[in-house]
Design a protein around this ligand. Structure first.
Ligand code: HEM
Length: 166
């Protein structure tokens, strides 16, 4: 439990600090939007154990599901790369289509409520600190090289304008 929860909670808090919203984690929708744009579990792996007529996978094959990419899909979200907490006003966290920061199904994170409490308590502790300037570099470098720009294709990850975050 400790190993599963340590890094993901730290990544969630780091993302909030980097966005300059750590002190607002108790505010409605801020935490959901942090978890949408910067899901700590950016990749979930499974091994296919049998054949299915529904999916074209063979037994033994590795499947990778990326909350990071799903959360940034324009099929599920309007202006998916923008940090817009207000988009959660008409959505239910945990049941919104295109959102799976805590996974889905029987292996869904059993500690999602605990993690949310960790976030709000941390937000209270940090609420008096000065806001750092928002920086996406910190956010990406805390994740995997797979999420960073390719050197040979510098445009492969769209630039985001974080100046509007306050
Ligand atoms: C923001 C914080 C967290 C995020 C985003 C997160 C995310 C996830 C995700 C996506 C899974 C499913 C992985 C999969 O389907 O393979 C998972 C599983 C799990 N999480 Fe979390 N988690 C967080 C915090 C925590 C904390 C604080 C704990 C423990 C205190 C915890 C304990 C676990 C455990 C034990 C599992 C495995 C459940 C199983 O396999 O049945 N998580 N988490």
């Amino acid at each position: 439990m400790v190993l599963a929860g340590w890094g993901s909670t730290a990544a969630m808090i780091t993302s909030a600090v980097s966005l300059g919203v750590a002190g607002d984690l108790r505010s409605p929708f801020i935490l959901d939007e942090v978890l949408r744009l910067y899901p700590p579990s950016f990749m979930i792996g499974r091994t296919a154990t049998g054949k299915s007529s529904e999916f074209p996978f063979k037994s033994g094959e590795t499947l990778l599901i990326s909350p990071w990419l799903i959360h940034r899909s324009s099929r599920a979200w309007a202006s998916p790369l923008d940090f817009r907490p207000g988009r959660w006003a008409d959505r239910v966290p945990g049941a919104a289509p295109g959102s799976l920061p805590f996974g889905l199904g029987p292996r869904r994170c059993p500690a999602s409520r605990f993690a949310r409490t960790q976030a709000t308590v941390t937000g209270d502790l940090l609420s008096n600190l000065p806001r750092p300037q928002a920086t996406e570099v910190t956010l990406l470098e805390n994740r995997s090289p797979a999420l960073s720009q390719r050197r040979d294709k510098p445009d492969s990850v769209p630039e985001r304008d974080l100046s509007s975050i306050s």
